[in-house]
Write a protein that binds this ligand. Structure first.
Ligand code: FES
Ligand SMILES: [Fe+2]
Length: 412
């Protein structure tokens, strides 16, 4: 096990041991996942009725996201205050109360302890002491933020306001999908990838690979040099957005010769994949917004999705995708959203390449954890000016993530 190392301040050289060391991973869970940061837990429309709940995880801790009142969502640790039993095992459920199966302590939907069997014992014998305080033994409750139906929670009650954590540069791009309209979840995908969760976060910030790795993307959708912008939050540099539009020919960056994955022999038999309905004032066909540590919103044409990279130990993570639309969508628009979902997910036309290369990243990085990778594309700055698409051939946004990560982990 590698002890915490101070003095890592060069985000152009990220050591591989941070992706595999078990002790470092434990510190990460404490500092990031159980510390003063916001974590995505769901979409409000997943639990429409009072008593509906969803089981999810933050780090490795299971939590329940509960509609505890018509206008309130509570998030509680899914662990009985009596003897530590994980209470709910199903992904979704409904109940008037939350009852532990072991000794049937029952909790209100907000996590408060309502009752315990045999509290007074039997015939005056046994039971809990007279001063046993139900109010002191509820489920651990988390701090919740509901941004237009997008739900985040934190174990730290002193977490900063959500809008401050996201930053004014990035919040409007979250708002693009979460503008207050009632959402409708269209489906889920999950996959397990044998690689550290941070490599996926990097992948979503890595515009370098997009036109080099993804055959589908460059064959049918994109070219380096298309109109695009990239921005980060000015304070931490760890939140980012990338937007691109299919309106410019390949005349700025990267020639077709440089992009070996361009395949002229591949044709798409169902051109309906390219159909789209204009939904936004801007002309971007792809918008990705990523929030520290592991949350992503992607709007690709009419397909809308959120993703999480949930750590499963240092060497693996679950990639969890939620596809959604809005309650007032027409059937035609819903079908477009669903058809375009084929780009993403475990077997997605684009995502499938990431899955495979991430597995290879995992296996390669574990071989010699004492070595470092190189993140020097575009210099050493940890952010670059927004609205300059020419600089998207840069790893600045990945360096920005590590600048903040080193800070949060006390590694500087
Ligand atoms: S462990 Fe839950 S009631 Fe005993
Ligand atoms: Fe990718």
């Amino acid at each position: 096990m590698i002890e915490n190392r101070a003095g890592i301040s060069d985000p152009t050289q990220v050591p591989y041991w941070i992706y595999s060391d078990p002790g470092h991973y434990k510190r990460e869970l404490e500092a990031i996942f159980y510390g003063p940061h916001w974590h995505y837990v769901g979409i409000e429309s997943e639990i429409p009725n009072v008593g509906d709940y969803k089981r999810t995880v933050i780090g490795e801790r299971p939590v329940l996201v509960v509609r505890s009142a018509p206008d309130r969502v509570s998030v509680v640790l899914n662990r009985c205050a009596h003897r530590g039993v994980e209470i709910c095992r199903t992904k979704f459920g409904h109940g008037k109360t939350i009852v532990c199966p072991y000794h049937q302590w029952s909790y209100g939907l907000d996590g408060g302890l309502l009752g315990v069997p045999f509290r007074r014992g039997m015939k005056g014998e046994g039971g809990y002491p007279a001063d046993f305080d139900l109010g002191a033994h509820g489920l651990e409750t988390l701090t919740v933020n509901n941004y237009n139906g997008l739900l985040f929670a934190s174990f730290d009650p002193n977490v900063e306001p959500f809008a401050d954590a996201v930053g004014p540069e990035i919040l409007p791009w979250i708002h693009r999908a979460f503008d207050g309209r009632k959402m409708r979840v269209l489906g889920y995908q999950r996959q397990r990838i044998t690689c550290n969760w941070k490599v996926y976060v990097e992948n979503l910030k890595d515009s370098y690979h997009a036109t080099l790795l993804h055959v589908y993307l460059i064959t049918f959708l994109a070219r380096a040099g298309q109109v695009g912008i990239q921005a980060q939050d000015a304070r931490t540099h760890a939140n980012h957005m990338t937007a691109s539009a299919r309106t410019r020919p390949s005349d700025e960056l990267g020639t077709e010769g440089e992009m070996q994955s361009l395949r002229k022999d591949i044709v798409l038999h169902d051109p309906r994949m390219f159909a789209s309905i204009k939904e936004y004032a801007d002309d971007y066909s792809l918008v990705i917004a990523g929030l520290f540590p592991n949350f992503i919103v992607q709007m690709q044409s009419n397909n809308l999705q959120v993703r999480q990279a949930i750590p499963l130990g240092p060497d693996a993570f679950e990639l969890s995708w939620t596809f959604f639309g809005y309650e007032d969508d027409t059937e035609e628009l819903t079908q477009l959203r669903l058809r375009q979902a084929n780009l993403s997910g475990a077997a997605g036309y684009i995502s499938v390449d990431d899955t495979e290369v991430l597995e290879w990243s995992g296996s390669g990085m574990r071989v010699k954890p004492e070595d470092s990778g190189i993140l020097a594309l575009g210099g050493s700055a940890t952010s670059h000016p927004p609205d300059d698409y020419r600089r998207t051939v840069s790893e600045a946004v990945i360096r920005g993530f590590y600048r903040h990560y080193f800070d949060v982990m006390g590694m500087k």
